[in-house]
Design a protein around this ligand. Structure first.
Ligand code: ADP
Ligand code: MG
Length: 384
């Protein structure tokens, strides 16, 4: 099935506004001339169009970006999951590669959308009603959904394992095993690149995945607060392998035809498929302010620019149909090669802030997204 990278936009509600207040704004947001529109920089027009006010032009030109789906401040985490991530999980369960990327400037809602809550019982209980902190993001939802679907599939057995890493200054750290300096090497199956010695935790239940996720995420938070690493400068990669093994139907196994004349049982061919899901919370895409970056911060900024710039170049080259795609230019693009080379079911979630002061960055992010929509895909199934 030939398709393309699917692009969804999520507009974060205005700072300091509760959900109810945002509901009100959402209702009046239909026209850009409504009350309070002066502060609004980005809003959704009809579920598939994001409008962004231009702050550089004097007569307030509005740019419109068509996407595959758009969510405003009223959209729940559950809705975002169902539209963006559930179809990718389905593809991965059938043996394809799948990828969900969150792109956008710092503070636009990438981490909220992907990694929010769900890591421990208190959070999950608080989040079942979608209240509290807004409810679990895509990763904890995948953990639960994956095992729920496996439980209702009598035809197959599933083997699941997961891993979580961080790319920071072009270096890869294993967030679950707490190892630093992992190398990115050519993948043994020829599909691109993989992280060498990344620890894969076998998971027998959603709880196992959540435990792994919780460990990884606490490491991420620890790194931010204790080692002066800011989440906005690192890319967080969560991966899940799902192996699907066909269960021989009992009737087939017992049937006489399965035995040779001498009575030895013939091997029943069992189909196995291996799917790989990659979820990346990308570093903030905002343009770095040249003057304020000195010393270590300057190095960080350079590396972030290298990595995100490389991603931008890869996406542009793919969108333009170039033969040479510069995956090798950064750690991030190597890791993302199998997700971007057209053989994966890939979704890009572009997060934007609704305030007028962020309108330029919002437009930049949506320009990136528009390019990504030109990447053609035809996911392949991987048999093992
Ligand atoms: N859709 C949303 N609804 C309510 N609050 C949100 C939403 N998206 C983000 N936030 C809040 O905005 C802040 C910044 O979001 P975050 O996900 O950390 O941004 P990013 O990861 O893009 O830097 C957080 O306090 C988060 O809880
Ligand atoms: Mg973040």
């Amino acid at each position: 099935m030939v398709g393309r990278v699917a692009v969804f936009a999520r507009v974060r509600p205005r700072d300091g506004r509760g959900r109810e207040e945002d509901d009100g704004e959402g209702a009046e947001a239909g026209g850009e001339d409504g009350d309070g529109a002066g502060r609004r920089g980005a809003w959704i027009e009809d579920g598939r169009v994001v409008s962004v006010k231009s702050t550089t032009s004097v007569n307030g030109v509005t740019r419109r970006f068509a996407v595959d789906g758009a969510f405003d401040g009223r959209a729940t985490q559950r809705e975002v999951y169902a539209e963006t991530c559930a179809p990718v999980l389905e593809a991965v369960r059938s043996g394809c590669r799948g990828c969900v990327l969150a792109y956008g400037q710092t503070g636009s809602g990438k981490t909220y959308s992907l990694l929010n809550g769900g890591g421990d019982r208190a959070e999950r209980e608080a989040s079942t009603s979608e209240g509290g902190n807004g409810g679990p993001g895509l990763v904890p939802r995948i953990a639960v959904d994956c095992f729920a679907r496996a439980a209702s599939d009598a035809r197959h057995a599933y083997e699941v394992s997961c891993a979580m890493a961080q790319i920071y200054n072009e270096q890869v750290d294993d967030l679950v095993a707490k190892k630093s300096g992992l190398r990115v090497v050519p993948a043994s199956d020829g599909s691109g690149w993989e992280i060498e010695n990344l620890s894969w935790t076998p998971c027998r239940s959603a709880e196992d995945v959540l435990e792994c996720f919780r460990r990884g995420r606490s490491r991420l938070v620890y790194a931010e607060t204790h080692m002066n690493k800011q989440s906005s400068r690192s890319h967080c990669v969560f991966q899940m392998k799902i192996e699907r093994i066909e269960r021989p139907i009992e009737a087939d196994v017992d049937r006489d035809e399965d035995e040779d004349e001498d009575g030895t049982a013939q091997l029943v061919a069992v189909e196995k498929r291996l799917g790989l899901l990659t979820i990346v919370d990308l570093a903030g895409s905002e343009r770095q302010k040249k003057t304020q970056n000195v010393g270590a911060r300057f190095k960080e900024a350079l590396n972030i620019n290298t990595s995100l710039l490389a991603l931008g170049n890869v996406v542009s080259a793919l969108a333009a149909g170039h033969r040479h795609i510069p995956y090798r230019d950064s750690t991030l693009t190597k890791i993302l090669e199998p997700s971007l080379n057209g053989k994966s079911r890939t979704v890009l979630l572009v997060c934007v802030s609704s305030e007028i002061e962020h309108a330029n960055e919002s437009a930049n992010s949506l320009d990136f997204a528009t390019r990504a929509m030109r990447i053609v895909t035809s996911p392949e199934r991987w048999r093992v």
